[in-house]
Write a protein that binds this ligand. Structure first.
Ligand code: ZN
Ligand code: ZN
Length: 377
């Protein structure tokens, strides 16, 4: 079968690899219909991780079940399903308590597994014609038959729940104001989720005009940080107080106002400044325990100069970590089915899998409006 194979920094190729087969009675094989490229795939693509050439990318996957292991009870051939990017067992302590992003079964020595991702276990990615899904009863979310809402449902694999998770971590409640830093796909999903949760006013901070325009279109207030200090801009619009809550949808690859050089702590420190005393921050944006390409010695070891004193002084709460997709994907699916949520507005391109190489290149360079790319095998 065809699959997107990592060849080395800044190179992927669509190549023939072995088609996956049932290896355990709890597996299913999914014929992939949609698979998305994620900003976190670029961390591997750019050679910033320990990913070895040969890995098949793809943790955001949906499709139709083609083959069913003998131990699978709730699924059958022909079912349309979307899989959380988290691979999870369903029975370890963390899974039992709802923390499926921290499953201790699927990735021994670590907590948390994913398809097609370095250090997240042996699970082949789904940017391919077929995907093997382990613990399939637990990891497949059933979707209505047919092809309706395909570009909405594919976002249930990661970015819609992850954006929602940012709001959950920040405990966004109806009537609150929220500042979301980053108007990439996850930031837009976080802003959209804050509005779905009844926030009264949502600010979205970025510097890219098209991204800020998308934020405006969904009813958020765009804040262009290249035009002036975002903390001041937001305080000016919140009676000088700041927002009730904040979400970091940027992570460690943040850049300062001048652009150029990475300043990995700048978003966290901006949030400490933006959110009012006793507020809360949600941090779904990715930070890593080691970043060999980081801008200074501390950053290389995953350590940042965060204004912890100010954080303490303001009594801010902070929630971090990757999304436990299964906590939200069923409810968010139902909001899509009922027409209450249409996250697909964030998708910029839909392309055949065979164009993956140029799609990665253009997405990495952020050219031609590439923001969220869906590949169809
Ligand atoms: Zn992703
Ligand atoms: Zn588990």
């Amino acid at each position: 079968m065809k699959a997107v194979v990592y060849k080395g920094p800044f190179t992927v190729a669509v190549e023939d690899v072995d088609k996956p087969a049932i290896q355990h009675p709890n597996d299913v094989i999914v014929k992939v219909t949609s698979t998305a490229i994620c900003g976190s795939d670029l961390h591997m693509y750019e050679g910033r991780t320990a990913a070895e050439p040969g890995i098949v990318f793809g943790h955001e996957n949906m499709g139709v079940i083609e083959d069913v292991g003998s131990g699978v009870t709730s699924l059958k051939q022909g079912d349309r399903v979307v899989m959380p990017f988290n691979v999870a067992c369903g029975f370890c302590r963390n899974c039992s308590e709802g923390f499926t992003g921290y499953c201790t079964t699927v990735n021994p020595g670590f907590a948390g597994g994913a398809y097609g991702y370095v250090a997240m276990g042996p699970w082949q990615g789904g940017q391919a014609e077929y995907l093997r899904v382990p613990y399939a009863d637990f990891n497949c979310l059933k979707l209505p038959e047919g092809t309706e809402h395909e570009t909405d449902f594919i976002l249930l694999a990661d970015i819609f729940p992850t954006g929602y998770h940012g709001c959950e971590l920040a405990q966004v409640r109806p009537g609150e104001s929220v500042a979301v830093y980053g108007a990439g796909p996850v930031g837009l999903m976080a802003a959209y989720s804050a509005l779905l949760r009844g926030a009264k006013k949502v600010f979205v901070v970025d510097r890219v005009p098209e991204r800020l325009q998308k934020a405006r279109e969904i009813g958020a207030v765009p804040v262009d940080f290249s035009a002036g200090d975002p903390i001041e801009q937001i305080k000016d619009q919140t009676d000088g107080v700041g927002t009730d809550k904040g979400v970091d949808a940027v992570g460690y690859q943040a850049t300062g106002r001048s652009g150029g050089e990475e300043e990995p702590a700048t978003v966290l420190n901006s949030l400490v400044g933006t959110v009012r005393p006793t507020g809360a921050l949600g941090v779904p944006g990715l930070y890593v325990p080691a970043d060999p390409g980081g801008p200074d010695e501390h950053a290389k070891q995953g350590k940042l100069l965060v204004a912890i004193g100010k954080l303490f002084e303001k009594g801010l709460r902070v929630g971090t970590g990757q999304c436990n997709v299964k906590r939200y994907n069923r409810q968010l699916r139902d909001m899509i089915i009922e027409g209450r949520a249409k996250p697909g507005f964030v998708v910029s391109h839909e392309l055949p899998l065979t164009q993956a190489s140029s799609a990665y290149d253009k997405f990495d360079k952020r050219i031609e409006g590439y923001t969220k790319v869906i590949l169809h095998p």
